[in-house]
Design a protein around this ligand. Structure first.
Ligand SMILES: Nc1ncnc2c1ncn2[C@@H]1O[C@H](COP(=O)(O)OP(=O)(O)OP(=O)(O)O)[C@@H](O)[C@H]1O
Length: 376
């Protein structure tokens, strides 16, 4: 059986990997009041199970999935805001577990989070100057004397394109637009001097008209500062536009990954197909309006039903109850990562793109023939 290593060698070599998760697992115990309903069991929400992820210098990795699939939990685990149930997090190859205090501060100097809601993440009673100075101070980057601090503040605002700095530095959050606030939140993250940014739906609360500006800013920062960025989103179309690599998550597990173009244009896992099929796609709608075969996309997935329970997740592949191609093996065994055609088995193709893989039995040489209407 050809399966890919969970930690397939990155394009460009191992030194490019800033942050790495392996077998990352988080189960949230269900509250005592609810336990009665489970007759004495000690139930838990299986929010994240056995997740592997690599964040590389100078690359954006999108983490895509529907609500409740575990994306934010992955980000919070990587930021070490939650203790994990199992698995490893490595920063530059060194296993790290931090729980507050000085070690957390050192870790967060390298790994910063950007949250969805720029309205909630800035304190309304403090100015931009306060937020940024405090972040610089916490990470010992405030400089010596007032002039150095002012220069560091101006540099941060310039990095997020809030110029001239004097127009913004003494403003309160309520005096800024949503996009400007998110830029301040990004500047605050940069004040730590991070190598990795974990951006949890950074544009989903912003007006559609300004989302692109924020994504372009993050892309510029990635290039200028060689940042490794995790971009969490529901919107798989934006992953194609913005991310170098894309991983898809369903009910706490990773189901597909690879370079964004392959994952979004030739999705392999039936769940990814469903996700793409249900996303508004202007090109597809235009093609249908123009008389193209409307059944082509509809036939990609006739799967229906509820998102899997995370307290009693389905056995085998968690997507099998919704999957139109489910086979016997899917109900019994968790699928490993299988290589999807078109890449070498070394984990990257000749152009250095990451391998395209799917955790789906349809791509197992032993089972591929068993499925009705299997993967094309
Ligand atoms: N602190 C918590 N305690 C208990 N359950 C939690 C907690 N945080 C998340 N969960 C549960 O874990 C699962 C995954 O949640 P998570 O927020 O990571 O998903 P998500 O993919 O980020 O969703 P969304 O896009 O809606 O933010 C959900 O079932 C959620 O209810």
């Amino acid at each position: 059986m050809t399966t890919l290593s969970e930690t397939a060698s990155p394009a460009g070599g191992a030194t490019d990997v800033v942050l790495e998760a392996e077998e990352l697992t988080k189960h949230f115990p269900v509250r005592r009041r609810l336990r009665a309903a489970f007759s004495g069991e000690r139930p838990a929400v299986h929010a994240v199970d056995d997740v592997a992820l690599l964040l590389r210098r100078g690359r954006v990795t999108a983490l895509v999935g529907e609500s409740g699939s575990g994306k934010s939990t992955v980000a919070r685990l990587l930021a070490q805001l939650y203790p994990r149930t199992g698995g490893a997090i490595r920063l530059h190859g060194a296993e790290t577990t931090v729980r507050g205090g000085r070690r957390f501060r050192a870790y967060s100097g390298k790994v910063q989070m950007i949250f969805q809601d720029p309205f909630a993440s800035l304190n309304p009673v403090h100015t931009v100057r306060y937020h940024l100075t405090r972040a610089l101070r916490v990470h010992d980057r405030v400089g010596r004397g007032r002039a150095e601090t002012e220069a560091a503040l101006a540099d941060l605002l310039a990095k997020v394109q809030l110029t001239p700095p004097q127009r913004y530095i003494d403003k309160f959050p309520h005096e800024l637009s949503g996009g400007q606030r998110q830029r301040v939140a990004i500047a605050r993250a940069l004040a730590a001097g991070p190598e990795a940014l974990l951006a949890d739906e950074p544009v989903s609360m912003l007006d559609v008209s300004i989302r692109l500006g924020i994504l372009n800013l993050l892309r510029d920062l990635k290039e200028q500062m060689d940042l490794a960025i995790l971009y969490i989103t529901h919107d798989i179309a934006s992953a194609r536009y913005f991310a170098d690599e894309t991983q898809v998550m369903y009910a706490g597990r990773m189901v597909e990954g690879g370079d964004s173009e392959s994952v979004t244009q030739q999705p392999a896992h039936p769940y990814t197909r469903l996700l793409i099929d249900s996303a508004p796609d202007p090109d597809r709608l235009a093609a249908q309006a123009g008389g193209a075969d409307p059944d082509q996309s509809a036939s990609l997935d006739e799967g229906t039903g509820e998102v899997a329970s995370l307290i009693h997740p389905p056995s085998g592949c968690r997507f099998h109850p919704r999957c139109p191609h489910a086979m016997q093996v899917c109900t019994a065994q968790v699928p490993p990562r299988f290589e999807v055609a078109g890449v070498t088995s070394r984990g990257a193709d000749e152009s250095g793109r990451p391998a395209h893989w799917a955790a789906c039995w349809l791509y197992s040489p032993e089972h591929a023939g068993d499925a009705a209407g299997a993967a094309a």
